[in-house]
Design a protein. Structure first.
Length: 268
């Protein structure tokens, strides 16, 4: 359930409505509330579609022009954000492919010093690959943070521009706000699910290597193998952490978007 006390420009929210066919409007303790399930004994069901939520006509040429300019800038920023996110995903995919190729080259023979030495060299190569991609991904994350801040600032500027519509128009804006917030919540939940999956996969890989290390022979080759396995475990941990950090960073940006919307748009 989400309590709304503020309007939002709904022109940028149409893409958020695909998952909704209806929401429920209630008044709880004097506060207008929207929910995707009935929120009290007395509620009003509102059918929702992109055609229902539409931009309110502006009064005055300047307001109209400003609104159009903000909309165009908003769409441009969103496209840039999507491009950066796509580049981050591609970098992660390329990193995984290169590391997978190195893993397939790994040769370990517990009783063979050459095999253990070779395995150690490949583990170092895995670490170097991860470091190289980590730098590129962090650079893109910086771009993503900058673009998201620009978008938040633009949206806040639109919200605080002082428009006042009739009660129906204000209600549509509140509905748009609710749906947008729920869309962000779903993205955060999806990111959290991906983080848990990556953590499970990482733990499985590390457990397998730890088990292999425990089976190493008590000789020079075995000691060398254990050393190479420790380096490979560190490289694998770093590989997964790069991807997990990207999701954590995305969640932080999504939460800042929610907070910015509430702080700038809420009225007493």
């Amino acid at each position: 359930m989400f309590n709304l006390k503020f309007p939002l420009l709904s022109v940028c929210l149409l893409s958020s409505f695909a998952s909704y066919s209806a929401i429920y409007k209630c008044e709880i303790d004097g506060v207008l509330t929207f929910s995707d399930t009935p929120c009290s004994d007395k509620y009003e069901k509102i059918e929702v579609s992109p055609q229902v939520i539409k931009k309110r006509p502006e009064s005055g040429a300047k307001q109209n022009t400003d609104s159009t300019d903000n909309y165009v800038k908003s769409r441009q920023l969103k496209r840039e954000i999507d491009k950066v996110k796509a580049r981050i995903k591609k970098l992660q995919k390329d990193m995984d492919a290169e590391i997978s190729e190195v893993k397939n080259m790994t040769v370990r023979t517990a009783n063979n010093l050459y095999g253990a030495t070779r395995s150690e060299a490949l583990a170092l190569e895995m670490n170097a690959i991860t470091e190289r991609y980590k730098s590129s991904i962090e650079l893109e994350q910086g771009n993503l943070e900058r673009l998201q801040k620009e978008l938040n600032k633009l949206n806040n500027s639109s919200q605080s521009s002082g428009f006042s519509g009739n009660s129906h128009e204000q209600e549509l804006n509140r509905i748009g706000s609710y749906v947008e917030q729920r869309a962000v919540e779903r993205k955060i939940a999806n990111n959290n699910a991906q983080i848990k999956r990556l953590q499970r996969e990482m733990n499985d890989e590390l457990a397998a290597l730890k088990n292999q290390s425990g089976q190493a022979k008590s000789n020079i080759a075995g000691a060398k193998l254990q050393q190479s396995l420790a380096q490979e475990m560190a490289a694998i941990n770093k590989q997964y952490q790069v991807k997990i950090d990207a999701l954590v960073s995305d969640n932080a940006l999504l939460r800042s978007k929610q907070k910015s919307t509430r702080d700038e748009g809420e009225v007493d």
